[in-house]
Write a protein that binds this ligand. Structure first.
Ligand code: ATP
Ligand code: MG
Length: 440
């Protein structure tokens, strides 16, 4: 198998080989190339020890930041190339990090420590593909499979369980049965993974094209870091708007939202409060009064626990809190949305509503047209407001003060000038406005 590799990487491998070492592309870039996708970065692995790598590339600019883990970054033709010594991991006492790493001279020892067969391949032009665990075949069949014994591998590093979900969501691969079963058996070890890493994997998983299948098939795993979802799984809604239980609806709503982390996090969390707010009316129909506010509280708790950045947390919580607001396709609603939320969040709120509706029973999809109309109203309003605000006026308060205006008279005169511009009585141009204000 031939892989087209960038000149810088080919050159680095050539230089290593000239000096008697081995050098290979490895990991995600080989996987992506085999899948026929352009890799985003090209990592190199080598038999040279870190000090030897530095000596080999002494004629180039070198960044030493990863040296402890055996990584030397070499700037070649303007591109940073990460060159890491073949490693073997020690024991994993904390279910997350190896107690120590040993540098080795054998490529296979480096590949066997990697998480999935598709990520455990190496390539160099001299040898072609090095694929000891059948990664290429698994890619061709669309299978995600742990390298070696899956229980041991997830025991070593529980983060791999979330990486599996992330890759499954991104590529649409089926998780091989033994690997999948081990993921459930070892999911409790996710308590050893830092909040930051959990959130990072979760975000990447959520924006995957195949997130629906992952959410529907793995709630037991997600419920370890997110126990709040447990109550939604299998919770029947007894409501004609719905064809799914709360978790099924949630999964469909996530998948229906644009692949943006804020919107998808919002949909993941938007109905968490439902089981806590359930009531039935006399006709046996289920209701969830107050669930939006309740879900927003839970979302806030979860995102704080996962050490989410403040902007994302606040934005998600606001969107969750307002996801059930009544929206009419009229100018009044548009004006209110704009003044309460600003344009960006108003648009996000419409996306949230669209995703939520798309996950309802098809009979209730009619409102989607109304959302389109409301979006047009918002855009029109924004275009008008652009002309209407005081900010856009060519005269400022200070200009009027120079003319002798003071106190509330300044604001009043500015308002009058704005009206004059809007009504077409005066150009929005400084000299014209100053002349106009003298005649008021
Ligand atoms: P991406 O395209 O998202 O960067 P990637 O496979 O390159 O995917 P990285 O996190 O960049 O993911 O890791 C690079 C390689 O290191 C992986 O392909 C895999 O071989 C190995 N690897 C990364 N994390 C782990 C882990 N937790 N356990 C075992 N191997 C891992
Ligand atoms: Mg990578």
């Amino acid at each position: 198998m031939h892989i087209q590799i960038p000149d810088a990487a080919a050159r680095a491998i050539g230089i290593l080989e000239q000096q008697g070492y081995e050098g290979y592309l490895v990991g995600g870039c080989v996987r992506d190339a085999v899948r026929g996708v352009e890799p985003h970065d090209w990592d190199i692995t080598t038999s040279a020890l870190p000090r030897e790598t530095m000596a080999v590339f002494s004629g180039f600019r070198i960044i030493e930041t990863g040296l402890k883990h055996g990584t030397v970054t070499v700037l070649m033709e303007g591109e940073p190339l990460e060159i890491t010594t073949f490693r073997q991991d020690g024991d994993y006492a904390d279910h997350r990090h190896p107690d120590g790493v040993t540098f080795v001279r054998d490529l296979r020892a480096d590949l066997i420590r990697r998480d999935f067969t598709m990520n455990a391949m190496a390539y160099c032009p001299r040898t072609g593909l090095v694929d000891p665990f059948g990664g290429r075949e698994d890619i061709e069949k669309g299978i995600l499979r742990a390298v070696g014994d899956p229980d041991c591998r997830f025991d070593e590093d529980a983060l791999r369980i979330l990486r599996a979900l992330r890759f499954a969501s991104r590529f649409g691969y089926r998780i091989e049965e033994d690997t999948r079963a081990a993921m459930s058996r070892k999911a409790h070890l996710l308590v050893h993974v830092s909040s930051e890493r959990i959130l990072s994997e979760l975000r990447q998983m959520l924006v995957g094209a195949h997130v629906l299948e992952v959410l529907l098939s793995c709630p037991d795993i997600l419920a370890v870091p997110l126990p709040e979802i447990e109550g939604t799984v299998g919770f029947a809604q007894h409501n004609r708007h719905h064809i799914h239980d709360v978790w099924g609806h949630t999964a469909h709503a996530v998948a229906a939202a644009p692949a943006d982390p804020i919107l998808r996090l919002t949909m993941l969390l938007h109905d968490l409060g439902k089981p806590l707010c359930y009531s039935e009316d006399g006709k046996g129909e289920g209701h969830f009064y107050g669930h939006a506010a309740r879900s927003a509280e839970l979302a806030d708790r979860i995102l704080r626990r996962l050490k989410c950045d403040t902007f994302t947390r606040e934005e998600v919580c606001r969107l969750v809190a307002h996801h059930d607001d009544t929206l009419h396709a009229d100018a009044r609603t548009a004006r209110r949305l704009l003044s309460r939320h600003g344009y960006d969040r108003a648009c996000r709120l419409l996306e949230v509503r669209r995703a939520d509706l798309a996950a309802h029973a098809p009979a209730f999809h009619g409102e989607l047209d109304a959302l389109d109309a409301l979006r047009r109203l918002l855009d029109d309003l924004l275009a008008q407001e652009g002309r209407l605000t005081l900010k856009a006026l060519a005269v400022k308060g200070t200009d009027l003060m120079e003319l002798g205006y003071a106190g509330p008279a300044v604001g009043k005169a500015l308002g009058a000038l704005l009206d004059a511009v809007v009504d077409g009585h005066c150009e929005n141009e400084k000299a014209a406005l100053l002349a106009y204000v003298k005649n008021l």
